[in-house]
Write a protein of this length. Structure first.
Lengths: 431, 169
């Protein structure tokens, strides 16, 4: 008869503040909790009564690593509500901005947060001592992504140039062309990254995920598409809440989002790759083949390779957009003179997966209600399921090694805990 | 040791979070009091940008808020080479590396300036707002003078070294 508790009070190398607790009774895993204790920030309440124009700016503050994702989901939700179409070069610039964020966020995760796990280092600082060139490459990649975001967004952190309908100001051809050398170099480094991470040793684990992502007819998805899954789901974005629901957990500050009647599901690079690999650019496809990835990757440890492939894709896509850029005649599509109320849903592919925004806006343009479901909220239950399986398979490991394996299982999914804790539903009981 | 390159003064912080902005207040006050003595930088990105910002720099002084349990307004001096930084600069931002970790990366990758000094000012309040609490406001001038002293001492040390080298030529 024995009780074992594996706990990590403060997770390292994840965004935000999270803790892990696993309870084992004899050889049964009794309980698994990924606890989020970062204080919630009540963004959905903050948005009430604000103008619809403010949604991109306010929600971008939810996350310092993926502000563009919030701006894009907010803009698309409001534009659907207002009946605005953002096409042509404005659409292309949005995609380019998102490429910048994917490059920056994924590179940070690959080199500073995830790679140490595979090379046996406790942190990036010690990794950098023995692999300074690799870490230098990672920082250069991150910087290239940030340069794109600075130019198009006006600022690296919480860009200020994005608005409903497009941008406040669009770059000149020369300004955009100025990015080219850095993005070319980034593409080369991204290619090296795929080869670097493909050479790691991967635990032989596979999970039977239901993967959910956007899909559209034109391209590897960022801003647009319907919702699809590896179990045959195929729905318009507006039907999201009919399929998925948020559930409060008693042991943390965040919500779990689950598939109604189905349980946990996975969003993010593995999901996008499984559902859209036919849309990858030539070099990205070829590198995926070279890395022996196959059409679907179900080993969560190999997510590092898929992220690297997505960095290659984002660099190629960025170059394509830069090379075909012609400044639009107007930086943004103006809103209608009279705002009629309504509901708008916007789902876009943040680096970590689909980010859901829904707004109810009153006639005149003030927000009445907002619902925001970040990718990490959607992955939380799935991460706990991964943990349960990892522990069940590795009970014979000593506590230290088992703890390390559990932490790795969480880091595989690049959770952004700050995003996951932006909202707390409070039930007030008056006695 | 070459000291030709102008010293660099870096102010770190968020000026919309009360005393967290003290680094910015200090470097701006220094610029007004002693224009042209140092290259002043207020980085907007995350801490890993520092490695690029101080590339090739000789003396770098970084000013930032700290939380170490002392009285608000207390000033501490840390030498990046000799003092343990983690105690004073834990992971304050959940989205990027802390100052200490960025310095750790810089050391691992041998991308450090000749000399890096950190002047930390103990914060009183990090509540929203762009003014400093009184004790921290009082510390600003003290830190400005401290910086001037650091620059002078470093320059004097350089002159001494040069004289010694010449003496043995």
């Amino acid at each position: 008869m024995s009780e074992r508790t594996i706990s990590v009070d403060y997770m390292a190398r994840v965004e935000g503040e999270g803790a892990l607790k696993v309870k084992i009774h004899d050889r049964t895993v009794e309980d698994v909790q990924l606890r989020i204790f970062e204080p919630p920030r009540f963004f959905e309440a903050l948005l009430k009564g604000r103008s619809y124009q403010e949604a991109p700016d306010i929600t971008s503050r939810i996350c310092g690593i993926c502000p563009v994702a919030y701006q894009m989901s907010a803009c698309h939700a409001m534009e659907k509500l207002l009946g605005l179409r953002v096409n042509g070069q404005r659409r292309a610039l949005r995609r380019l901005l998102y490429c910048g964020e994917w490059i920056s966020s994924h590179s940070l995760h690959i080199y500073l947060l995830h790679a140490p796990d595979f090379l046996g280092y406790p942190d990036a600082i010690r990794l950098a001592k023995n692999h300074p060139q690799a870490v230098a490459n990672g920082l250069k990649l991150k910087k290239a992504g940030n340069s794109i975001m600075s130019l198009l967004g006006g600022r690296e952190i919480h860009p200020i140039n994005v608005r409903v309908g497009g941008f406040y100001r669009v770059p000149s051809v020369d300004e955009l062309a100025g990015l080219r050398p850095q993005v070319e170099e980034a593409l080369m480094l991204a290619e090296q990254t795929v080869r670097f991470v493909s050479g790691f040793t991967f635990p032989d684990e596979e999970e039977d995920y239901e993967m959910v992502a956007l899909r559209n007819a034109a391209e590897y998805p960022m801003n647009e598409g319907i919702l699809v899954s590896t179990r045959g789901l195929r729905i318009p974005q507006e039907d999201f809440e009919r399929e998925f629901e948020e559930v409060q957990v008693p042991y943390g500050n965040s919500l779990h989002c689950v598939h109604r009647g189905g349980g946990s599901y996975l969003v993010g690079p593995l999901a996008r790759y499984a559902l859209n690999h036919d849309m990858l650019s030539p070099m990205a496809s070829s590198l995926a083949r070279e890395a022996d990835l196959g059409p679907v990757v179900m080993n969560p440890f190999k997510s590092i390779i898929v992220r690297a492939i997505e960095v290659v894709y984002a660099c190629e896509e960025a170059l394509r957009i830069i090379d075909s850029y012609k400044p639009p005649s107007e930086p943004f599509v103006p809103p209608p003179d009279r705002i009629e109320g309504g509901t708008g849903v916007g789902i876009t592919e943040a680096p970590r997966g689909i980010l859901y925004h829904k707004y109810v806006v009153a006639a005149g343009g003030l927000i009445e209600k907002a619902n925001i479901i970040p990718p990490t909220t959607q992955n939380q239950k799935r991460i706990e399921d991964d943990l349960r399986h990892v522990v069940e398979r590795s009970l014979d490991l000593d506590d230290m090694r088992l703890t390390n394996l559990c932490e790795r299982a969480i880091r595989n999914h690049d959770p952004c805990i700050s995003c996951a804790t932006h909202f707390l539903r409070m039930d007030l009981e008056r006695v | 040791m070459p000291r030709e390159r102008t010293p660099m003064l870096i102010g770190i912080g968020n000026e919309d979070r009360g005393d967290d902005g003290v680094g910015l207040h200090v470097v701006r006050a220094f610029s007004r009091a002693y224009p042209h003595l140092a290259e002043v930088v207020e980085p907007l990105g995350d801490s890993t940008d520092l490695l690029d910002i101080w590339e090739g720099a000789s003396l770098v002084i970084v000013v930032d808020a700290v939380r170490s349990g002392k009285h608000p307004g207390t000033v501490i001096r840390l030498d990046a080479e000799k003092d343990p930084l983690q105690k004073f600069f834990p992971l304050l931002s959940s989205h990027s590396l802390s100052l200490a970790q960025a310095i750790g990366l810089g050391e691992s990758m041998q991308r450090m300036p000749r000399k890096l000094v950190i002047l930390g000012v103990e914060a009183g309040s990090l509540a929203s707002g762009n003014s400093l609490t009184p004790a921290v406001q009082k510390a600003v001038q003290k830190v400005v003078e401290r910086i001037a002293k650091e620059l002078q001492e470093d320059e004097d040390a350089g002159v001494t070294e040069e004289t010694e080298v010449r003496g043995h030529a």
